[in-house]
Design a protein around this ligand. Sequence first.
Ligand SMILES: *Cc1c(COP(=O)(O)O)cnc(C)c1O
Length: 378
Amino acid sequence: MSYDISEFIRSLYKTKEFIPLHAPTFGEQEKLNVLDTIETTFVSSVGKYVDEFEREIERFTGSPKAVATVNGTAALHTALYMAGVKRNDLVITQALTFVATCNAIHHMGAEPAFVDVSRETLGLCPVALETFLEDNARVEGERCVHKTSGKAIKAVVPMHTFGHPVHLDEIQNICKKWQITLIEDAAESLGSYYKGQHTGTIGEFAALSFNGNKVITTGGGGMVLCASEPDGKRTKHITTTAKVPHPYEFYHDEPGFNYRMPNLNAALGCAQMQRLPVFLEQKRELANQYREFFKGSGYEFIDEPAHGRSNFWLNAILCDDKAARNALLEEQNSAGIMCRPIWQLMHKLPMFAQCLRGDLEVSEDIEARLVNVPSSPI
Ligand SMILES: *Cc1c(COP(=O)(O)O)cnc(C)c1O
């Protein structure tokens, strides 16, 4: 067996053209829905598709209340706001994440603190979380406090990297013990399950994203998942300018966000939801093919953890070292096959360089060696 990666990927996608990392797929229903919003003029903040899309996501995930937003970052910002994160609070997340997780924390005036990821999930490691808390925090009544600064540690935000569910039971138990709210960054994990339960429905709040490169897309879009109906109601209220319903009066009872997803985007989302089960099957089949191909190749295929079912949003492999990673990236990209390294660790970005952090050994190792391979559904 030879390991010509380019040849293999070209055989999967059956094309000699450029192969992107992840491209959206649209059909007739998407066109009809979008056209309908234009023909009825309901492209913006009024229209039936937003409600329909929210109810579809609730049905699919089992979340009691889903609230659509303009993008995933806005959904995260809203989730943190709803969790009561305040200026100068600390929010623990993983160093290995997309920058949006930390940007949302920053937008609250809070500060991220970084812990390591687990080798099995590439997401927040419960052992690293507990170690960080034991070293740095104490519980005072119903609050978790950072010992040296006195700042409140308000939330923990694990992220299900590439759709692989994190160790949610362990993380949730730690959060309970330390009086911290659990918020899931499920932006990458629509269609991923932890012990049979959809990711994003275990934490108090969660955020999904429907950006163009995610499993389904609304152009731009996001969703807040709320564990309780009252929180869901309030989330809707504050994402829609906190307007108190009235036939004509404008009365707003708190400073709200204008984060509502436009009907135009939700129309696309409703059509995409019908295709989601097929996308997930196709992505699983693609992962099976990669798993087989990379067996014995010297590259380690990142598989789903034993405790869950991944949507395999982005497939990934580990190279021997950074030099091998760079060589592979160079080779594939110059062959017209889009492959990408993982994000630079958050504490290496200038705006988060001063943030608290635990030991990040696994994150450093993954950052140096990981390559994402094309993952559009086949
Ligand atoms: C995509 C993504 C988001 C949200 O992105 P938006 O582009 O704002 O929709 C947040 N966190 C992670 C980890 C993501 O991958």
